[in-house]
Design a protein around this ligand. Structure first.
Ligand SMILES: Nc1nc(=O)c2c([nH]1)NC[C@@H]1CN(c3ccc(C(=O)N[C@@H](CCC(=O)O)C(=O)O)cc3)C=[N+]21
Length: 292
């Protein structure tokens, strides 16, 4: 039996359309559209591509997109200065500083300088703490997108399922584990020092692969019928884009699986727009947009 392919691209398009609808109401009510600022330090070509596609998606959702580019050799102080300018700008509801940053800049210091109310990446320690405590937070976009795909796959019934998150980053692994716990999964976080990762994955109903190593998760690690969410976006020397899962093998075993591209990636961008809308509504004292 081959797995159902989870169409992240289609789910993301639907979410973006929902966001656009709410943006229309927001603008009518408040007299301006939500604004997202994306800050790019340096000229990394891959980062430039992401920044452009974020800007396009933001405008397509009816929101205001502001791009700020700084040279790669900028010092940390100059970036902190830009962040405080954006914090103080009433037209800006969301701030995203594209990672990774050049080595002379302390990324944690920059993230900590962003107003938590505008932290649409959900990387500020206040938002991480709020998520971990079950308080309203801005939630990191990639794990949020994964959770939306899982809720749909299981018709909202995640309680009691065994989930393994492979990867423990602040950006994906840790917040993913918090979200799954919030939906009452039994959560294991596996990482580079975990003994026998294969055995952990074999026992899981849900596998989240977030290690950044092509084909790290072998097909015969997957429990028959399990749901596989592949967060990896790895560029091979031949130019092909692949995930962290050996897709060709896993698709023959899994019950459902996300492809790369067309799986988690588009959901990340759609959730960024969703978070910008949510941040804008909270800042303006409007009720939370529902159904997102
Ligand atoms: N502060 C910060 N926040 C981020 O969210 C962030 C970041 N920094 N730095 C860079 C990474 C990368 N990232 C992607 C989002 C969507 C796709 C995406 O939509 N990918 C398409 C394929 C695109 C292609 O073909 O190259 C897909 O998977 O289908 C990829 C990568 C967000 N990032």
């Amino acid at each position: 039996m081959t797995a159902r392919i989870i169409d992240g691209k289609a789910r993301a398009a639907a979410l973006r359309a929902d966001v656009a609808g709410h943006v229309t109401h927001f603008a009518a009510r408040i007299g301006r559209a939500p604004g997202l600022a994306v800050v790019l330090v340096g000229e990394d070509p891959a980062s430039g591509v992401y920044v452009r596609s974020k800007g396009k998606a933001t405008r397509e959702a009816g929101m205001v997109s502001v791009e700020r580019r700084l040279p790669a050799d900028i010092d940390e102080w100059a970036l902190l200065e830009l962040v405080s300018e954006l914090n103080a700008d009433p037209a800006i509801d969301g701030i995203l500083v594209q990672l990774p940053l050049p080595s002379q800049i302390d990324a944690q210091a920059v993230i900590g300088a962003i107003d938590p109310a505008k932290d649409v990446d959900g990387f500020h320690p206040v938002n991480a703490g709020r998520l971990a405590t079950g308080l309203p937070a801005l939630v990191p976009c990639t794990p949020l997108g994964c959770l939306m795909l899982l809720r749909e796959a299981y018709d909202g019934k995640l309680a009691g399922l065994d989930a393994v998150v492979v990867g423990r980053s602040n950006i994906v692994g840790k917040p993913m584990a918090q979200l799954l716990l919030g939906d009452s999964c039994t959560v294991t976080i596996a990482h580079s020092r975990t003994r026998d990762v294969a055995a952990r994955v074999r026992s899981a109903d849900i596998v989240i692969a977030a290690v950044g190593i092509p084909h790290f998760i072998a097909g015969d690690w997957i429990k028959p019928g399990a749901t596989v969410i592949d967060v990896g976006i790895n560029r091979l020397p031949d130019g092909r884009l692949v995930g962290d899962v050996d897709y060709a093998a896993a698709v023959e075993v899994a019950g459902a699986i996300t492809p790369v591209p067309g799986g988690v990636g588009p959901m990340t961008i759609a959730c960024l727009l969703r978070n910008t809308l949510v941040a804008a509504c909270r800042r303006e004292g409007l009720p939370e947009p529902d159904g997102l």
